[in-house]
Each structure stands twice: as structure tokens, then as C-alpha cells.
Design a protein around this ligand. Structure first.
Ligand SMILES: C[S@@+](CC[C@H](N)C(=O)[O-])C[C@H]1O[C@@H](n2cnc3c(N)ncnc32)[C@H](O)[C@@H]1O
Length: 240
């Protein structure tokens, strides 16, 4: 697939900010044909160092709250200013997805890229922790790293070259995710499906010279990528 929006961010300085397989390309595929209006208030949930948040603000015209647990919001604020975005367009927030610091029904939409698998594997997460902050009818777009088929009972040795069984337990197939999100009472599931972006987004990540990317190369160079994919999940909060 082509990534005309993400390609604009393909500079060494910006790519040094990615925290895994190219999240901009994933987001671009995730949002193809999306139904979030420009100007919408959007939570980038698990925004990391804020590159995906910049992308949402600049390329889609959303007002973005960049909510993340591990990153420093002041560093993200400086990055947003460097990227020419004002505090009206983008707001960094230190936040735990399990205890979000927002008013009820605050967001028109939530977008979560390569993060939801850290906090969303409990089927109660949506009803208890996320949907209260989304307006009725609001949309939730998620992309998670996954497995083509769950193989936790017999993990391929290629995958174990880079990751422990505990780390691999964050990765699951589309059936697993469909089961989790279909148990939600407050939203309609619009889509759970494997994505096209896989080899390309991994290649962008493995090219980076940080210890995490270097560590991931062992498995991917041994062919571990054939077991892995990314999964797109789209939900809409019910009206009542
Ligand atoms: C692999 S990084 C992805 C960051 C960003 N979306 C990107 O793709 O560049 C995963 C992010 O999930 C965030 N995260 C993990 N658990 C979280 C939680 N409970 N609440 C909020 N963010 C969380 C981490 O802070 C981290 O920045």
C-alpha cells in the first residue's frame, strides 16, 4: 500500500521517535475511510513520544490530547512546539489508561496505535475505563501488534530469539481480540481484522539504531515476522 501522509515524516530525526514498527503508516492504514470529523477532540491513547499525535493534529485536523503513561509530557510539549503546533491544537497529558483524567463524554473519538495491547486485554477495560470518556456515537480506532494465529502453547523458536513468553503474551490473533471487544456492552464493534501493513512497518523499525530495534532484529532476521501481524479494531459507542 502507499503511505502519502506518512512519507512526509520519513526523516531520520522523526523516525528516531518511533517506539516500534512505523506507527504513522499503521495509523494511516487504520484511518483510511475513517468517519471522525476534522476539528474533533481526539485522544491519542498511549501516544508515546507524540509522533502519532502530531500526525493526527497535522494530517487530519483533530484537536489532540496525547495521553501516555511512560513518556514525559514536558518533552512532548517541546516537540509539539518544534513541530509548529499550538496548545490549542495538541495537549500532552501524563495519563494511565486505567484511570484517565478527563471529564465524562469529553472525546469525539479515540485513536490508539501500538499501545492498546498493554492495557486493553481485560474485556472490562472498554466499559469501565474508556467508554465513560467518549461521547455517545463516538468512534474508537485501535491498531495492535498481533499474531496471525495464537501459538502460545508452542511458541516458535524464532520468536523466542527476541522475546520472552511473557512479552509474547501481549500478542494475540484477530479471534482473540474479537472475543475481547465483543464482550463490551457500551459499544458496537464495527471491525476486527488483520491489516495489510506489516513488512513495511517492521522494516522501518528494524532500520533504527536503538537497543530495542536492534534486539528485535534477531527474531525478525530468523523469519519470526511470518507469525506476526497488526490488527485493526473499530468500535462506536452506543447512543445510550
Ligand atoms: C510501543 S509504545 C507506542 C507509542 C506510540 N503510540 C507510537 O506508536 O509511537 C507503547 C506506549 O503505550 C503506553 N502505555 C502502556 N501502558 C499504558 C497505560 N496503562 N496507560 C497509558 N499508556 C500506556 C506507553 O507509555 C508507551 O508509550
Amino acid at each position: 500500500m502507499h503511505y502519502p501522509l506518512s512519507e512526509k515524516y520519513n526523516t531520520p530525526a522523526l523516525m528516531a521517535k518511533i517506539m516500534g514498527p512505523n506507527p504513522l503508516k499503521l495509523e494511516e492504514e487504520l484511518l483510511l475511510g475513517h468517519r471522525i470529523p476534522a476539528g474533533a477532540t481526539v485522544c491519542d491513547l498511549g501516544s508515546g513520544q507524540g509522533l502519532t499525535s502530531v500526525f493526527l493534529a497535522k494530517e487530519y485536523g483533530f484537536k489532540v490530547y496525547a495521553a501516555d503513561l511512560w513518556s514525559d509530557p514536558e518533552e512532548n510539549r517541546a516537540f509539539f512546539a518544534e513541530m509548529g503546533l499550538s496548545g490549542e491544537q495538541i495537549v500532552p497529558v501524563k495519563a494511565d489508561a486505567l484511570d484517565l483524567p478527563f471529564a465524562r463524554a469529553f472525546f469525539d473519538a479515540v485513536v490508539s496505535t501500538d499501545s492498546y495491547n498493554y492495557f486493553g486485554r481485560d474485556a472490562a477495560f472498554l466499559d469501565d475505563h474508556l467508554l465513560p470518556f467518549v461521547k455517545p456515537g463516538g468512534l474508537i480506532y485501535i491498531t495492535v501488534p498481533g499474531m496471525k494465529r495464537d501459538c502460545h502453547n508452542s511458541l516458535p523458536p524464532e520468536l523466542l530469539l527476541s522475546w520472552t513468553p511473557e512479552q509474547l503474551d501481549y500478542l494475540h490473533d484477530a479471534d482473540y481480540w474479537a472475543d475481547i471487544v465483543n464482550r463490551c456492552k457500551g459499544a458496537r464493534v464495527l471491525c476486527v481484522s488483520p491489516m495489510e501493513s506489516n513488512e513495511e512497518v517492521w522494516a522501518d523499525w528494524l532500520r533504527q539504531e536503538n537497543p530495542y530495534a536492534i534486539g528485535d532484529r534477531r527474531s525478525m532476521e530468523a523469519g519470526g515476522g511470518r507469525y506476526l501481524n497488526f490488527i485493526k479494531i473499530v468500535l462506536q459507542k452506543l447512543d445510550s
